[in-house]
Design a protein. Structure first.
Length: 364
């Protein structure tokens, strides 16, 4: 079966990683993919090339992309797809698909509605989506419930579908030492990392302030940050104010987080809101004790019960610092819990199971 995946963007982030994982696992069942990017191709193109997935991207022209409408429409028709997936919430993309489809189709929503001022736009998006798509998958039950509040009529077609997360190998100590040496970290340094867009809602200010508080408790704290964004300059200023600027290694944007994961002892993730939060889950999959503070999001659906120590729904600096300090002092206990959490995530987010479910909705 030939499947067209229409993607809102192809710069590597959590949504794009999840979509790529889903495509590669559906492809293993003997299916063919073609990716149409509604904007110019980003760094995902490298991974698509390696996976043997063809793609095409167009520049987004005009308000809402309306000038690109006929390009999208033409490419969709030329794809000769047996089924259509759409990753994102582009209104112009939905209109380009058209209201009368012969193909089976499904929509994947990863976007968080928190902070959206013009709710009428989402009502319009879901009205059209409800007409076009046979299934609408949400990356967390949290954003599914938000969507139902905005447009209840999509309930019959809407499902919670966890992000597919390919299992990752644990990091051997010999590998860890090799990568830490690359960044000039000493064996007794305790390296705390964070990865993601340097934007306001990702709350790297909370991350830096917590690290500074930890440094007061433990003087060999080092900090590793992978990411770029509009908040970089203000974060540099904050790091100087906190007196930790010399303890930070800024990696910039990193597509492959192998060297990052192999170098850190703990991950600290902070966000005002996220549909899920792929970054902390990937770190746990690597066997890295990971602590998060998220005000709104789907992470609490995964880090439940026995794993609640890893998540809090506020940005209280002292509470975060105390948790990590406890983990430093009780590393074996926290590592055992991390490995149990890793098994839980791998079971919940098994890409093969998720791929079969999506494939079933596209064929039956």
């Amino acid at each position: 079966m030939r499947i067209l995946n229409i993607m809102q963007g192809t710069h590597i982030g959590g949504t794009e990683k999840s979509s790529f994982a889903l495509m590669t696992h559906i492809k293993e069942f003997g299916n063919e993919f073609f990716v149409l990017s509604l904007s110019e191709m980003g760094s995902l193109s490298h991974y698509l090339d390696e996976a043997g997935i063809c793609y095409k991207g167009f520049s987004y022209q005009g308000i809402g992309g309306w000038k690109s409408f006929f390009k999208y429409r033409s490419q969709i028709k030329m794809s000769s797809a047996d089924a259509i997936m759409m990753t994102g919430h582009s209104l112009i993309g939905m209109l380009a698909i058209g209201l009368r489809l012969r193909q089976k189709s499904c929509l994947f929503i990863h976007f968080h509605h928190t902070g959206v001022k013009r709710k009428w736009q989402w009502k319009l998006i879901y009205l059209i989506a409800n007409t076009i798509f046979e299934k609408i998958y949400f990356a967390s039950d949290f954003i599914l419930q938000e969507a139902l509040e905005i447009y209840p009529r999509i309930s019959a077609k809407s499902l919670y579908m966890p992000n597919p997360l390919p299992s990752k190998k644990l990091i051997p100590d010999i590998e860890r030492r090799k990568y830490r040496k690359k960044f000039k970290f000493e064996d007794n340094d305790i390296v705390i990392g964070n990865a993601g867009w340097l934007i306001k809602r990702k709350r790297f200010d909370v991350f830096l302030t917590t690290c500074a508080r930890l440094k007061e408790k433990n003087h060999n704290i080092k900090i590793l940050i992978a990411g770029e964004g509009e908040e970089k300059e203000s974060l540099l200023t904050l790091s100087k104010k906190l007196g930790i600027e010399d303890d930070i290694t800024w990696l910039g944007w990193v597509g492959d987080l192998t060297s990052f994961h192999n170098s850190i002892d703990f991950m600290l993730f902070n966000s005002d809101w996220d549909s899920v939060g792929l970054s902390p889950l990937e770190a746990i999959q690597r066997g890295i004790p990971t602590f998060s503070s998220v005000i709104n999001g789907g992470l609490k659906e995964i880090l439940t019960d026995n794993f609640s120590i890893f998540l809090q729904d506020n940005h209280e600096i002292e509470e975060l610092a105390n948790k990590i300090h406890y983990a430093i002092e009780n590393k074996n206990e926290i590592m055992d819990l991390t490995l149990k959490c890793r098994d839980h995530i791998n079971q919940l987010s098994d890409p093969n199971i998720i791929a079969k479910k999506v494939l079933n909705s596209l064929t039956n």
